[in-house]
Design a protein around this ligand. Structure first.
Ligand code: IPE
Ligand code: IPE
Ligand code: MG
Length: 256
């Protein structure tokens, strides 16, 4: 799949990726699971470049969930070290590409100080870039995010009747993050696994059997091609002329 087949006027502004299947990719090759995580780096940077090329404004990737601490200590250790390593080795490249790096997730004491420091360095280095925002979800859980937002609302002493959806949305980890238009999950699993629960309410979901280490920009473009064939209604009816079935639904509902 190449970018030329896409409608560049209708590229999703925010694409969110659950980078899944690293472990199985490695195991199916007789390698330790950690080699799958290592191989995922090339996929990530190819997708970042591919997203930049077609004008995606915001890319959020799930790197480590609040539930991933339940994995064997060795794998958790590897993932912490590997994320530090990637930040050190590749932040300048992201900066040169004009990418603004952000992180979403809980900054609790389980995240090593050195990693938090590298996250802050990457944020600071790239804060004035404007070609695309890359948000890395690290120690991220969608439920934890909503709990943290509710805590902030309570701390602010708000009364129940003052609380709206905006009250919560403004207190998510990155209030500037737009709601994802498209969520992609690799490796054949059809679930969100606690990713961006609030924002995904009306996102288009795309699942592929390709494992993350094999995913490349062409796969991103294929997901976007499928996305461009979908009709997003947000609870409304289809616009007039969208097709006979939709038109008759609209007519029977008296929507004009
Ligand atoms: C995704 O790949 C990376 C992380 C969750 C950190 P997995 O490690 O979940 O790989 P599988 O799903 O077990 O194959
Ligand atoms: C989701 O994948 C988390 C990341 C990709 C970082 P998991 O592999 O942890 O999800 P489950 O356990 O299959 O639901
Ligand atoms: Mg997995």
């Amino acid at each position: 799949m190449i970018a030329a087949a896409l409608d560049l006027e209708r590229v999703p502004a925010h694409v969110a990726c659950v980078m899944d299947g690293n472990g199985r990719w490695a195991q199916s090759r007789g390698l330790p699971r950690t080699e799958g995580h290592r191989a995922g780096e090339e996929a990530l940077f190819d997708v970042v470049e591919g997203a930049l090329d077609i004008g995606v404004e915001w890319l959020t990737v799930y790197a480590f969930s609040t539930e991933n601490w339940r994995r064997p200590a060795d794998e958790v250790r590897f993932l912490l070290d590997f994320n530090e390593d990637i930040l050190l080795r590749r932040r300048d490249e992201l900066h040169q590409w004009g990418v603004r790096v952000r992180f979403v997730g809980r900054r609790d004491q389980r995240v090593p100080k050195r990693l938090l420091g590298l996250m802050d360095d990457a944020i600071r280095l790239t804060e004035h870039n404007s070609r695309m925002t890359l948000a890395i979800a690290f120690n991220y859980g969608g439920r934890a995010e909503i709990v943290d937002a509710v805590r902030a609302v309570v701390s602010a002493g708000m009364r129940p009747e003052q609380i709206t959806e905006r009250t919560i949305a403004r207190r998510l980890y990155d209030p500037e993050m737009p709601e994802p238009d498209l969520m992609i999950r690799t490796s054949g699993e059809s679930r969100t696994s606690n990713f961006l629960l609030w924002g995904l309410a009306y996102s288009e979901l795309y699942f592929t059997d390709t494992a993350w280490p094999d995913f490349r920009r062409g796969d991103l473009y294929e997901a976007i091609r499928v996305y461009q064939e979908r009709e997003r209604r947000f609870g409304r009816l289809a616009p007039n002329g969208a097709g006979p079935s939709n038109a008759s639904v609209a007519a029977s509902n008296g929507d004009g």
